[in-house]
Design a protein around this ligand. Structure first.
Ligand SMILES: [Zn+2]
Length: 389
């Protein structure tokens, strides 16, 4: 048994405790959470740390199989050009891809990350994930713009799904600009109720332009890549309003990015009655589009907010703490305890890991992370992180 304490312990699902003590057994399961004057911790040996003790993070959006693409794309060119670069430059030797996946997994663990929602197109990350201390939910992406490709692509995704943890893998449409209306409809018949969806949503204003008016840079991108864009018709409304009604109502959906999601879109989503989470990837948004989502619009949905890193193709690190720093530096109305929920318990809920991780509670195995250099629970640039458990 270990008794671990710090200046402040933040369980996340309950109020923080000054000099709280967390008792864990040898497997890392929390067996007690105490105030420092509790009789249960008077005659035990306590490991005390200067700092703030929190549960491990949940990185709700990543593509670990793109980890070899660090520094391979040009910053600030907008989403369509970024996608073209990823498609052109992602090929490399399998050994390189595998070793970068392995490194990224280790780095995420030492960055205090306990669970990841990870998108894949291949089975290359399966072996690392099966050995990792990190919990993964793998989203196998499907994309198809031509009717004749839909069934083959769904079948291929099903084949890849088979290589990952069967309790924590689902197939998902990749994005509105890479999936036709017919593909979204085909998903309704192809999936069970427990199949979580995770869709790149409104990452660029160009996506809204494509759906509203059938204009913009996505058409140039399709031309350049030789894609048949005839599936897209002008809809006179934003992308989310066009595709969401085609998805099954009972499935959980994570909408990733939401950089150009308007108040009207949010109102539309709420009226659909769907179980929706919003995953914000601030550093990737700044890297690709130079813009952050309008987070004030999302204030009523506090329990629905998640944080992701996206991939090393559009980020310099897979580090949730640095994403939170960017959020707090850019939005005065947010505070640390608020965004900590987004990056822990909310992510655990969305990915189906909330029984095990996401908060310091008896019976959970959340991992313990120490934040050093905090002053009055303010997350400034100088705060650093150390994994304790
Ligand atoms: Zn992504």
């Amino acid at each position: 048994m270990r008794y671990i304490s710090a200046n402040i312990v933040v369980p996340v699902t309950d109020n923080f405790i000054k000099r709280g003590v967390v008792a864990i057994d040898e497997s890392g399961v929390v067996v007690g959470l105490y105030k420092d004057d509790d009789l249960a911790v008077q005659n035990v040996e306590i490991e005390f740390y200067e700092g703030v003790l929190i549960p491990g993070f949940v990185n709700a959006h990543c593509h670990i199989e793109l980890s070899h693409m660090l520094g391979k794309t040009v910053r600030g060119e907008g989403l369509p050009k970024f996608l073209a670069q990823v498609m052109k430059f992602r090929e490399t030797s399998q050994d390189t891809i595998l070793s970068e996946i392995e490194l990224a997994d280790q780095k995420m663990f030492s960055n205090g990350i306990q669970a990841v929602g990870d998108h894949v197109n291949t089975r290359l990350s399966a072996d690392v994930k099966s050995r990792s201390p990190i919990y993964y939910h793998t989203f196998v992406e499907v994309m198809a713009m031509r009717k004749e490709d839909i069934q083959t692509r769904i079948d291929l995704a099903r084949d890849n799904e088979f290589y990952f943890d069967s309790d924590h893998t689902s197939i998902t449409p990749h994005a509105p600009y890479s999936c036709s209306k017919d593909l979204f409809k085909a998903f309704r018949n192809a999936i069970q109720e427990d199949n979580i969806l995770s869709i790149h949503n409104q990452e660029s204003e160009e996506e809204n332009k494509l759906f509203r008016y059938r204009t913009g840079e996505f058409l140039d991108f399709y031309d350049e890549m030789g894609f048949d864009a005839s599936a897209f018709k002008a809809q006179a409304r934003n992308s989310i309003q066009s595709y969401l009604p085609h998805l099954p109502k009972s499935n959980k959906v994570i909408l990733v990015h939401d950089t150009y999601t308007s108040l009207k879109d949010l109102d539309f989503i709420n009226r659909q009655g769907q179980d929706v989470f919003y995953c914000i990837c601030p550093k990737a948004n700044l890297y690709i589009e130079g813009k952050l989502p309008k987070l004030l619009n999302f204030i009523p949905d506090q329990a629905r907010m998640l944080v992701g890193t996206d991939s090393l193709a559009s980020n310099d690190s897979l580090d949730v703490l640095s994403e939170l720093k960017v959020l707090l530096a850019n939005f005065d109305h947010l505070d640390f305890l608020q965004v900590l929920r987004w990056a822990t318990i909310n992510g655990a809920e969305a990915l189906g890991f909330a029984d095990t991780i996401g908060s310091i509670e008896v019976g959970k195995k959340p991992g313990l992370v120490l934040l050093e250099g905090m002053n009055n629970l303010r997350l400034t640039e100088r705060v650093s992180l150390r994994r304790i458990v």
